[in-house]
Ligand binder design. Structure first.
Ligand code: NAP
Ligand code: ZN
Ligand code: ZN
Length: 386
């Protein structure tokens, strides 16, 4: 299948006259508060405290620097991390908090030094908007492990405007071009948005631990991350077993690419897989018994946590000691690998299964996500802000 890529070297188009396939019907007007003038107030949704609902909020974006890209946000995915952060479950939230780090939009304006993007291009932003760029992790393309700590898309110190960064539940964002990604025009843009977090967070560990042909891989939890992990592990040629607490998700898991489904509450089903897995990716958002999964690994098998529950998960030492098992973690992925993942998705026609919602339904979406009722990612259509 032929893939059409946006021309990364398209020059800036100050008049906003370049047209591309996914450009919205509304042309960019440079004096439009939502597109041209980043300093004016922009519409957003924010939480004011750990116990308050997300509600309308106004924010400012910085004026464009020479390397900045101003993006009108079209779609933003709803990640369980947004919920953890909004409700201060990681105990570090600064309010008001504007979440959202699965962003796909249209470039409105670019700074004078930006060469990769021009007005009208489709562009994407994930969980990071900057990093130190000089530490060993940054130099090797693992900006997510920056020794100075990467600047996250929301809830990180904002060195331009003070306070903290504000995320994608908003009509526009300004980001340094080194942290802006290209999305193929052939992908459905709403369904591509979750690739920016759920996609890369599962793609990266599956690649790092060489999940592919002749590998038996387990995916724990069929949510936003889990369903992407099933798709990737299948595309990489592995034998995929999906573990779920929700027996009603079994038909979907098989449709998404799992070869077997195990309902984790069923002890005999679990026992059948003891000592048999090369790799298990755990994408569960809440407390659960990881010892039950460690015992399914074979010698030198690895269980990698990407799920980030609020409280610690106890580990029985002998579940690691015998037979020499590994317990690991992984955070999102670097910018280069995120682009690689987006290009892989374009080549293999992979996107998330999404339910597109107006932003006014975001609080309800959080409750459904908590109950495991999302199939399999909510994505906010940002035009609903207007
Ligand atoms: P999600 O869509 O809510 O999916 C979580 C899934 O976990 C649920 O669908 C459910 O699957 C399972 N689950 C929920 N509660 C459970 C419980 N009490 N016991 C067992 N299983 C349970 O969430 P998500 O957006 O995929 O995010 C998953 C986790 O990854 C979150 O903690 C999030 O913060 C974290 N995360 C980490 C990174 C990273 O860089 N490491 C990046 C993004 C997100 P079943 O119904 O199939 O059991
Ligand atoms: Zn996320
Ligand atoms: Zn760094």
């Amino acid at each position: 299948m032929k893939i059409r890529h946006l021309d990364p070297y398209k020059r800036n188009d100050p008049e906003g006259t370049i047209t591309t396939h996914h450009r919205s019907s509304k042309p960019a007007r440079l004096n439009d508060p939502q597109s041209g003038n980043a300093k004016s107030k922009l519409k957003a949704y924010a939480a004011q405290s750990a116990t308050s609902a997300l509600a309308p909020f106004q924010l400012q974006r910085r004026e464009l620097g020479p390397h900045d890209v101003q993006i009108e946000i079209l779609y933003c995915g709803v990640c369980h991390s947004d919920l953890h952060q909004v409700r201060n479950e990681w105990h570090n939230t600064i309010y008001p908090c504007v979440p959202g780090h699965e962003i796909v939009g249209r470039v409105v304006k670019t700074g004078g030094e930006v060469e990769k993007f021009g007005a009208g291009d489709i562009a994407a932003v994930g969980c990071m908007v900057n990093s130190c760029r000089i530490c060993p992790s940054c130099r090797s393309g693992d900006e997510q492990y920056c020794e100075q700590v990467p600047i996250l898309t929301y809830n990180s110190p904002d060195k331009h405007l003070g306070g903290v960064t504000y995320g994608g539940y908003s009509e526009a964002i300004v980001v340094d071009d080194a942290f802006v990604l290209r999305v193929s025009e052939k992908l459905d843009l709403a369904a591509a948005a979750p690739l920016l977090c759920a996609g890369i967070t599962t793609y990266s560990p599956l690649r790092h631990w060489n999940v592919g042909k002749d590998v038996k891989v387990g995916i724990v939890g069929l949510g936003g991350l889990g369903h992407m992990a099933v798709k990737f592990a299948n595309a990489f040629g592995a034998h995929v077993v999906l573990f779920t607490t929700s027996s009603n998700k079994a038909p979907d898991a098989l449709r998404l690419g799992a070869h077997e489904v195990v309902v984790s509450k069923n002890e005999s089903e679990m026992k059948r897989h003891r000592n048999s897995f090369d790799f298990i990716l755990d994408a569960v958002s809440a407390e659960h018994d990881i010892n039950a999964y460690l015992s399914l690994l074979k010698v030198d098998g690895t269980l990698t946590l990407v799920g980030a529950p609020e409280r610690p998960l106890p580990v029985a030492a002998f579940n690691l000691i015998l037979p020499r098992r590994h317990l690991a973690g992984s955070a999102i992925g670097g910018i280069r690998e995120t682009q690689e993942m987006l290009d892989f998705c374009a080549a293999h026609d992979i996107t998330a299964d999404v339910e597109v919602i107006p932003i006014q339904q975001v609080n309800e979406a959080y409750e459904k996500m908590l109950k495991g009722q999302v199939k399999y990612r909510f994505v906010i259509e940002m035009a609903s802000l207007n």
